[in-house]
Design a protein around this ligand. Sequence first.
Ligand SMILES: Cc1cc2nc3c(=O)[nH]c(=O)nc-3n(C[C@H](O)[C@H](O)[C@H](O)COP(=O)(O)OP(=O)(O)OC[C@H]3O[C@@H](n4cnc5c(N)ncnc54)[C@H](O)[C@@H]3O)c2cc1C
Length: 477
Amino acid sequence: MTKARRVLVIGAGLSGLASAARLLDLAPHTHVEVWESSERAGGWIATERVPTTALGLSHDPAAELVVDLGPESILRDKPAAWALVQRLGLEDRVVRTRSDRHGAYVVSRGALARIPDGFSLIGPGDLMGFARSDVISLEGKARAAIEMGMAARSRARDEDESLASFVRRRFGWEVLERLAQPLASGIYGADPEVLGMLATVPRFLEMEAAHGSVTRALVAAARKKKDEEGSGARYGLFFSFDGGMQVLTDALAARVASSLRFGRTAGALRRAEHGGFEVTDGEGSSEHFDAVVIALAAHRVGRLIAELDPHARHALEEIPHGSAATITFAWRRGDVPHALDAYGFVVPHVERRRILASTWSSEKWPGRAPLDLALIRVFAGGEDACARRDDALLAIEARRELADLMGITAPPLLQKVMRYARAMPIQGPDHLARRDAIAQRLESIPDLAVAGNSLFGVGIPDSIASGERAAERVSAG
Ligand SMILES: Cc1cc2nc3c(=O)[nH]c(=O)nc-3n(C[C@H](O)[C@H](O)[C@H](O)COP(=O)(O)OP(=O)(O)OC[C@H]3O[C@@H](n4cnc5c(N)ncnc54)[C@H](O)[C@@H]3O)c2cc1C
C-alpha cells in the first residue's frame, strides 16, 4: 500500500484554512496538517460576542454585542468569497448592510459632512450629488468637471502611476485631499501617494482608456446599477454574517478540524534528501512533508524559505506592510448625540487627527447590538499607532476625537483595543513587477506554494483565492 501524501499548511488564518479545505476536497486521502502558532484559527479575523449582562445591563440574557475586532465586511463582486460561502452552506447566515442607513461621512474642516452621493472612491458617479456637496469648494468642483472633457493619457500596458498622481491628474488636488485619500487609505491601509494604480484600482485606468473620462464611465456604471436594482437584481456591495466575520473562519476550521495543530510554529523549511521538506517547529524538532503551503504575510514567508531561496527571501521581506489598530466602543444610544444615520466616517490627512476612520457597526449591520446600544469602531493607523502608543492612550485619543466630532462624552460601556502589526501590504507602483518576480522564483521550487494577502491582493476574497490556488498547485504535484 502506498503511503498517503503528507501536506503541511502553515498558518490557520483565512488563506491557510481555505487552502486546507480545498486540499481535502481535491485529494481526500491526503494527510493534511495545518500548523498554527496561536491557540485559535482565523488569524486577523476575530469576532467577540459580549452578552449585555456582562456590561451590567439588565437586558434579556440572550442579548449580546457582536464585535468584529478585525475585518468586518466582504466585497461581493469578487467571486472567491461568495463561492466559498455557498460551498460551506452559509448563505442563510449572510447579512447585508442595513438599508435604513446609507452612505458615510467625511471630516471636512473640523466637522462631519456627507460624502457626496454616488462618489466612487476617486471620482463622482452622480453629478448632482457632487455639485450639491460642501466638501469640495467651487474651484475644486470646477477643476473636477474638466475631467469630463479630458482625453485619456496614452500609456504602455504595464506602465503604472500612483493613485494620488492619477486622481490629481484627472480630478485635481482637492478631490484627492478631501475624498479620494481618506477613502483609499481606509481600504488599502496606506497613503495614495505610495499606492500603485495597477495593483489596487486598475478599473479606473481601464475606464480612462475606454471612455476617456472616468466621470462619464462612473455615471454610466451608476445608471446601469440603478436599472439592475430596478429589475430586482440588488445584492449590495458588501456582506457579512449574522454572528460576525468569524462565522466564516469557524465553518472552515470545523471543515478541517482534524488537520489543525494549535501552538505549532513553523521555523524553517529545508529540502529533504528524497524529496519534500523537513520543517522545523518552534521546539526545534522537525517533520517531513511531501509538500508545503505557506499561508503567511510575505515577511514571515521570507524567513521560512531563507535556505531554499535567499533571493526570494530578500524580495519578500522588502514588501512594505502597514500597521493598524482598532478601538471598539459601546455606548447607550442616549449617550450618542449624533443621528447615526450612516455607516461611519473617514478622516482626510489634512484634518490632522489621531484617527483614520470610524465604522458605526450597529448601524452598518443588522443584529450587532440591541436597539438601545450603539457599537462604534475607530481605526488608527501607522507604526506609531501600533508600536509607540499603549492601549489606554489609543483609547483616550479615539474618545477625544469622537467627542469632538460626534459629541460623545459619556464613558463607554465597552472598550476594546486590537493591534495589527505589519498586517497590510502596501501595494506600490512596483508591487506587481516585484510580485511576479517573486512568484516566478517560488514556482521553481517544487511542492511549495505560497498564499496570503501580501502578494495576491489584500482583501478576504483574494486571500481565499490565493489559498485555494496554492492547494491546487501542491495537490497537482
Ligand atoms: C484591521 C484589519 C481590517 C481588515 N478589514 C478587512 C475587511 O473588512 N474586508 C476584507 O476583505 N479584508 C480586510 N482585511 C484584510 C484581511 O483581514 C486579510 O486579507 C486576511 O484576513 C488575511 O488572512 P491570512 O490567512 O492571509 O493571514 P492572517 O490572518 O495573518 O493569518 C496568518 C496565521 O498564521 C499564524 N502564523 C504566523 N506565523 C506562523 C508560523 N511561523 N507558524 C504557524 N503559524 C503562524 C498566525 O497566528 C495567523 O493565525 C483587514 C485586515 C486588517 C489587519
